[in-house]
Design a protein. Structure first.
Length: 364
């Protein structure tokens, strides 16, 4: 994506003032994101301008309807509270009043006010950050507990449906269209040994033991902004996958992205570790943010959730590798396989320490 395209898109939103510059921003795998600076009566105001990946989000109108509805609900719930304008994203409408704009090529664009004085982190630095991020995601879950109206759209059907992810993996392995299976024998064997865990949470939901909730569904650490001064979790971002789901999906992805100090694509697997103090901070923060809305069964399954979601994401990386890297952006040969390996290594650690983690949660 060129900066000129983002600059042109910005002119179709309800902004005022002069555009100073537009630069690429962040390192997301899916959408193309730019940071826009505007001069408004001598004051510089920053915005996020983003082009949605419609190859992934095939119905952007439904996605943006979800986002608009969720943000309107959050704004109403937070009205009058301290720092309310920073605690939920502010969606800037297009000049025609819609929450997005389509360019001549059919690309879908949106614009948010930039959250100032806060930072998102790709790698967790302290247990305090883990607590703050988990509390913010838990509070987000609780904030949406009373959203009214019809059921939200599923922006990506079967997103955290691990059995469906296994079906896609099996098809990719059988096809082996890029002749890569021979390079991933150990990872393929790990899938075979671990796939029995895939249906557990969905089966519990189907039986009524776990409730459906409105969840974020992509609770990576870098999807929450932490205040630069207080360190408090200020704002949950990247709402593309906010839809019906399970609280355990959200907590599981927090575990996946936080308990190890290694980067998601670390090649040295000895750096993949399970930090018990970070897990404890995540569980404590999430439970605090949820403010008593989780059931006893949900709480008991927090350690398992980390295993399942980490396995699922590793499975997705492996599937994409076998298919030729068609979903996640890659920056080097074998990038998705490297990502898969870090996930599976963490799954092994979570399995080994499951009893200790269960005891830890029981004492919170």
């Amino acid at each position: 994506m060129t900066n000129s395209k983002a600059s042109e898109a910005a002119r179709h939103f309800a902004l005022y003032g002069d555009i100073l510059d537009v630069v690429p921003y962040g390192n997301g795998h899916i959408n193309d994101t730019c940071l826009l600076r505007c001069s408004q009566a001598g004051t510089v105001v920053r915005y996020i301008v983003q082009r949605l990946n419609t190859a992934i989000f095939r119905e952007p109108e439904k996605l943006m309807a979800n986002v608009s509805r969720v943000l309107a609900h959050c704004s109403a719930r937070l009205a009058g509270q301290a720092d309310a304008s920073r605690r939920a994203l502010t969606l800037v409408p297009a000049q025609d009043g819609r929450p997005f704009w389509r360019d001549a090529d059919g690309a879908c664009w949106r614009c948010y006010l930039f959250i100032e004085g806060a930072t998102s982190y790709d790698i967790l630095e302290t247990p305090a950050q883990a607590y703050a991020a988990a509390k913010a995601f838990g509070a987000f879950l609780a904030l949406l507990a009373d959203i009214g109206g019809e059921r939200l759209e599923e922006t990506i059907p079967h997103f955290h449906d691990t059995p469906s992810r296994l079906v896609a993996f099996d098809a990719a392995l059988a096809a082996d269209s890029r002749n890569r299976a021979a390079l991933a024998k150990d990872e393929i064997a790990f899938v075979a040994a671990t796939r029995h865990i895939a249906p557990r949470l969905l089966d519990l939901q189907a039986s009524g033991a776990i409730p459906e909730r409105i969840t974020h569904n992509d609770t990576k650490l870098n999807n929450v902004m932490l205040d630069n001064i207080s360190g408090v979790g200020i704002c949950v971002i990247d709402l593309d996958t906010v839809m019906p789901g399970q609280s355990l999906f959200d907590f599981g992805d927090l575990v996946r992205t936080s308990v190890s100090p290694a980067a998601e694509d670390e090649r040295d697997l000895s750096k993949v570790q399970l930090r018990h103090d970070v897990f404890a901070a995540l569980a404590k923060g999430y439970l605090k943010g949820c403010d008593g809305c989780l059931t006893k069964t949900e709480v008991e399954l927090l350690p398992f959730a980390g295993q399942l979601i980490t396995f699922e994401i590793g499975l997705r990386f492996l599937t994409d590798y076998l298919q030729g890297d068609v979903y996640f952006k890659t920056h080097r040969e074998g990038h998705n396989l490297d990502r898969c390996r870090t996930q599976f290594q963490l799954v092994k650690l979570l399995q080994e320490h499951e009893t200790a983690l269960q005891t830890m949660v029981a004492t919170l």
